[in-house]
Design a protein around this ligand. Sequence first.
Ligand code: PEP
Length: 249
Amino acid sequence: MRKALIAANWKMYKTPAEAKAFVDAFLPLVKGHTRDEIALFPSATSLAVVIEAARGSNVAVGCQNIHFAEEGAYTGETSASMLKAVGGTHTLIGHSERRQYFAETDEIVNAKLKTALKHGIVPIVCIGEVLEERESGKTSEVLIRQTTKAFADITPEAAAPIVIAYEPVWAIGTGKTATPEMAQEAHAVIRAEGAKLLGPAVAEKMRILYGGSVKPDNATSLLGQADIDGALVGGASLKPDSFAGILKY
Ligand code: PEP
């Protein structure tokens, strides 16, 4: 059985004080919740305060992005060692907003994934098609290409911690959600490709999250699908009640 992971992507929202207030209100709502793993992804300036506020709880904390280099002249970036030094354990990689606004390519995603694995950071690799690709019947092709390129030169032995997030770009922040059947179909394609690249044993254990307008009222049907192993949540993760509501699926 794969343990579900429910993750909050706060994007560029919340000051450190607002982030701490969230954690203080949220922890009592999920106290004793062991069925799922829970992770918060605040902005880099709130990482330390959120990690401190969540210390000793059932809530992990990660970065929304890391750089692939160990260190260097990369203004504005955060390294894997920096994330680890403040106690972060997870990172998002290749979120569609990073691909769209910061020109992250599949090659960069692959380099970041290798760096995260090298440092023992749990990577959540985001993939997904844009609307035009879905409408022209290219969804599977896009998912296979993104998965293949993300996993380039990664061995089955190294791949165990990898989490994938399938996020149809047209469903992110739009209120449009893939139907559970559409999401399941995409997740099955990703798992099958994972099996080809890394072997069936690794693919069977790999968690594939769904992301795209997940809310308390659609979480149950999405998470009820055989290959959906959790959720990456943007908008509905910004309020403690709403994010805790998703955890009641
Ligand atoms: C996301 O940011 O990864 C996301 C899925 O956002 P939303 O839930 O707002 O669609």
